[in-house]
Design a protein around this ligand. Sequence first.
Ligand code: WT7
Length: 652
Amino acid sequence: MSQPTISDLANEDRLFPPPPAFQAAALASDNSLYREADADHEAFWARQARELITWSSDFHTTLEWELPDARWFVGGTLNVSENCLDRHVAAGKGTKVAFHWEGEPGDTRTITYADLLDEVSRFANVLKDLGVEKGDRVAIYMPMIPELPVALLACTRIGAAHSVIFGGFSPDSIVDRVNDGECKLVITADGGFRRGAPSPLKPNVDEALASCPSVTGVVVVRRTDTEVTMVEGRDHWYHELVGSASPECPPEPMDSEDLLFLLYTSGTTAKPKGIMHTTGGYLTQVAFTHKYVFDLKPETDVYWCSADVGWITGHSYIVYGPLANGATSVLYEGTPDTPGKDRLWDIVERYGVTQLYTAPTAIRMFMKWGAEEPEKHDLSSLRLLGTVGEPINPEAWIWYHTHIGGGRCPIVDTWWQTETGGHMITPLPGVTALKPGSATFPLPGIGVELVDDHGQPIERGGGYLTLTLPWPSMLRGIWGDPQRYFDTYWSTYPGRYFAGDGAKIDDDGYLWLLGRVDDVMNVSGHRISTTEVESALVDHPAVAEAAVVGASDDLTGQAIVGYVIVVNTAEPSDELVEEIRQHVAHKIGPTARPKRVIIVPDLPKTRSGKIMRRLLRDVAEGRDLGDTTTLADPTVVDAIRSSAAEGPGSGR
Ligand code: WT7
């Protein structure tokens, strides 16, 4: 018999049905959305588009699909900033809070929908005065301050596409992205606050722009009041221009398929890809998912997504989804440990946050810091929790459920990608019975199938995650490279979008994400996912965080090497290492027992919190490190190397 495509090792049978009170009040509390979408997926999305979005002119065709090119809501016109602002103000909600903004030093601003409309309109006029026209691209490199969503919305108001570059990126990354998109203007700030100190941004822009011929102007927001150089004729202060601009700026009606933004995928290996998202389909899906996945009650909820606007999560679930739905959100500038490790819980308590959306890496960090941090605060306002970015291991899920959600909040584990634009696989919190660690089922209107090595659909066990239907917020291409778009996403399994992730389906039909297929290890012919081994490692009480890789091995092809961070109270020793190895064998089977477990002080991560397993493989195989430019903290690799050479588990 042939080996399964990816082994299915872990087993989880805890089940959390929607709490009855939550279900009774939920926007979706039964299977009707699924049934409607199953009957006619285009008609389902057309209804959402017409109900959730205000169109300047209605579309005549829901979908034109010629793989790999989709056109959604063809013939429709709309303006995104009008949908996010004007229509709410016109409906009498001008005084409703759009953002409770909190700066890291503790300064705050309350921004209503009327305030936001005024500021966006002024800044849109500024952009026009600086020569930005419909169809141009504008780069945005900013901290998490209110002017960041203002900048995005001002671009959409005049029909310019934005390209947000995460504020933690280097001048080189700015150069690559600005040049690839031929951006005309850069919007930035003097700096932002991180870990209690100003962190400069404008000097990085200055350095980058020496190599960016397309840029004719720079707008600079004053945030940290640090000294910056202003280039005469090129650089302008935001406050000076906005202060004297007119607050009247009619929104430009855009075609449903006009480019809304470019966002470059982090690109841990090759040249970053400029993912293209367009207008009508994107806004429809982010509004739909933000409403139903977070069970949004805009009149009473205070929603908080703690991601950075520099990632797709921030685009879709800080800016566009919440504002299209008229939500009240929290926007926070800084880090979770400044001034104390209870900063997030302090914010939840003070604003009465009802939904919190964060990443599994953050949750494991909170676990490491201890339950006493959230226990300092009243978190009883929370009624729903969400996660995104990587698989959540059951232990972290249970901790989040218990210590943050007080045992009463459903958790929506949302699987999606920069490329998908919006949620794809996730529970609906009033409908789905949850299993800790499973993203559960595809949303209504989304088609998912797992396939084997031959591209044949499988109904149980592990395989490759593919999407079988076009969806409204799907990427429309890679900027400037249609061939790469086809090759990357549509060529591996004909007729299907291949997401690059492995997943498995259990006996109840639940989907479990297994990480990137490039990371799947091959141990004596068994294809084992990093996710399942990592999850078994962190299940040991002494392990706070874990990353595993397959390192070349003469005997078994690849051998599993686990890097673990232990909790503060654990004493690193060879005995502990042995115990942890056995724990994995006991939990998911002897084939998955790591050959080595190395206790390390930290793990190499990107700025968005993804573990860079490639670097750990380099260490495990004794190679020089590959590209480390996207590493959040370059010093961690040396610490890992010395742990591997002489710490417990080194076999020294
Ligand atoms: C990749 C996409 C989606 C916004 C943030 C990341 C992984 C994402 C989950 C989840 C398991 C997840 C996948 C995916 N991923 N969410 N809930 N469970 N894995 O966006 O940088 O484009 O990364 O993140 O591997 O392909 P991105």
